[in-house]
Design a protein around this ligand. Structure first.
Ligand SMILES: [Mn+2]
Length: 247
């Protein structure tokens, strides 16, 4: 086995950092802009892999029926990340409704091998019980934690996350990371999963400036959310992506 530190093997070649993005056919443009924003700012090699439900079903890795509470096509398939990374090294999963504003290397540098996973550990208070449109928003423990996760795919505990488990287990088990002990869940600063409508910027404190914006209530690719907070940043990125695509 070659010795390896943070993906850099002893022969000096850097293995690409695997990033799985949840793909939803209803939100193709969100995926494209998320990928573009991430790749454009990355100073390390990254390999971006969409998690596509139709492909997973075809290859026999995903067979659970769609539940009523599943808001995206990757609600459960996201937990195949360690399996899809061959239970090797660190990999990231992220929803498609993210916009990156910083170099992903900064996040990868926070990785600590003592953890099985690392994520932003949002704390929800009761004021978040309604969405902007007045619809009741369910509040449950560890809400949004699973939307961006750094997985230590080679960690022995993550070997429990087999396709069988991902297909059978409850939403609570998976989204609350119940295959792990609490001490195996590391924390990264909230700015890496900055929730629009929940997290706030303090102009006097640079550490609160978002590095990855999460349009969790709906992003500007939906007509009704066009004017949402930070929506202009996403629309600018879309414009740039479209320019680059044309050339
Ligand atoms: Mn999301």
């Amino acid at each position: 086995m070659t010795a390896e530190i943070n993906g850099v093997s002893s022969n000096g070649h850097e293995k690409p950092f695997k990033i799985f993005i949840g793909y939803d056919t209803q939100e193709d443009v969100a995926f494209e802009v998320c990928r573009f924003s991430l790749q454009k700012r990355a100073s390390i090699p990254v390999e971006i892999i969409p998690i596509k439900l139709s492909e997973l079903r075809k290859s026999g890795l995903y067979w659970r029926e769609k539940g009523k509470l599943e808001s995206t096509e990757f609600s459960f398939s996201r937990f195949l990340t360690p399996y899809l990374a061959n239970y090797d090294g660190w990999a990231m999963f992220v929803d498609c409704d993210f916009l990156y504003l910083a170099d992903i290397k900064e996040l990868r540098d926070l990785i600590d091998d003592k953890y099985a996973i690392m994520c932003v550990q949002h704390d929800y208070s009761p004021k978040e019980t309604t969405k902007m449109d007045g619809a009741v928003q369910t509040v449950y423990p560890r809400k949004n934690w699973s939307s961006m996760v750094l997985y230590n795919c080679g960690h022995p505990k993550n070997k429990d996350l087999t396709p069988e488990v991902v297909n059978k287990e409850t939403g609570a088990f998976l989204h609350r990371f119940q295959w792990l002990d609490d001490s195996e869940i590391g924390e990264v600063p909230f700015v890496w999963n900055f929730l629009v409508g929940h997290n706030k910027v303090n102009e006097n404190d640079k550490s609160t400036f978002p590095k990855a914006i999460h349009y969790t209530l709906g992003g500007p690719w939906f007509e009704v959310w066009k004017d949402c907070e930070f929506g202009d940043l996403w629309l600018n990125e879309l414009e740039e992506y479209q320019k680059v695509e044309k050339n």
